[in-house]
Design a protein around this ligand. Structure first.
Ligand SMILES: CC(C)(COP(=O)(O)OP(=O)(O)OC[C@H]1O[C@@H](n2cnc3c(N)ncnc32)[C@H](O)[C@@H]1OP(=O)(O)O)[C@@H](O)C(=O)NCCC(=O)NCCS
Length: 196
């Protein structure tokens, strides 16, 4: 059993457990085509959002395949402004004194919360958690190569660009290329302050 300390706090944010009270805020941004544009799935219906929230409220984080999803809230106001996710992927080696976990990070903000650096601030805290507290060996971000806002977050965090998988996915009616950024233990420039 891996304990995820929650809430995580940063200078301006609280990264906490999701609650069923988050449903309307979550639906407001997850139902927008602009939110889904570079995500793997389509904009979500209310029923799909209910389903997601129900999952996030009680997700375990014990083994590869599991997710830790954080509701992002401003310290200055109640409610949900976005989400951060850390996925534990298959890979790494289980033997040895340190777990060699391998993961993936992702982020979404409501449109009105964008443009303030909140996603970067939240992502820095989740990376800090993964690399420095949960002993992940490698955490990567995979994004639609056209998603410049997401790539800018990776760059601000100091994640290293590893390349583009050209037309490796057929999404929303077209071939789409995936860009990969990653942090790797012992091969990482300074990530900057994360959790406060
Ligand atoms: C990806 C996404 C989270 C990026 O949002 P964002 O607001 O651009 O990212 P941040 O919160 O880190 O904010 C960065 C912006 O705030 C500005 N900013 C303002 N104050 C800032 C501060 N104190 N610190 C850092 N940046 C600040 C930055 O200059 C930057 O703006 P710019 O792009 O015009 O230069 C958002 O576009 C989104 O949710 N998209 C839909 C879902 C999605 O595609 N997710 C990614 C899947 S891989």
């Amino acid at each position: 059993m891996v304990e995820i300390p929650r809430p995580l706090t940063t200078e301006r944010l609280i990264l906490r457990h999701f609650s069923t009270d988050d449903l309307d805020d979550y639906y407001r941004y997850q139902s927008l085509p602009e939110t889904a544009r570079y995500l793997y799935g389509e904009a979500r219906s209310y029923a799909q959002c209910m389903d997601r929230i129900a999952r996030y409220v009680q997700e375990p984080f014990n083994e590869p395949g599991h997710w830790a999803t954080f509701a992002v809230q401003l310290k200055s106001a109640p409610g949900l402004v976005g989400e951060m996710a850390l996925k534990w992927n298959e890979g790494g080696k289980p033997e040895g004194p340190k777990p060699e976990r391998f993961g993936e990070i992702g982020w979404t903000l409501a449109p009105e919360a964008q443009g303030h650096g909140y996603a970067t601030e939240a992502a820095r805290a989740v990376l800090d958690l993964a690399m420095n507290q949960l002993d992940f060996y490698r955490v990567e971000a995979r994004l639609d190569a056209r998603n410049t806002a997401s790539a800018a977050i990776c760059e601000r965090l100091g994640m290293l660009f590893e390349g583009v998988l050209r037309n490796n996915m057929y999404l929303k009616g077209e071939w789409t290329s995936e860009a990969i950024y990653a942090v790797v233990r012992d091969q990482q420039p300074h990530l900057g302050p994360g959790i406060t």
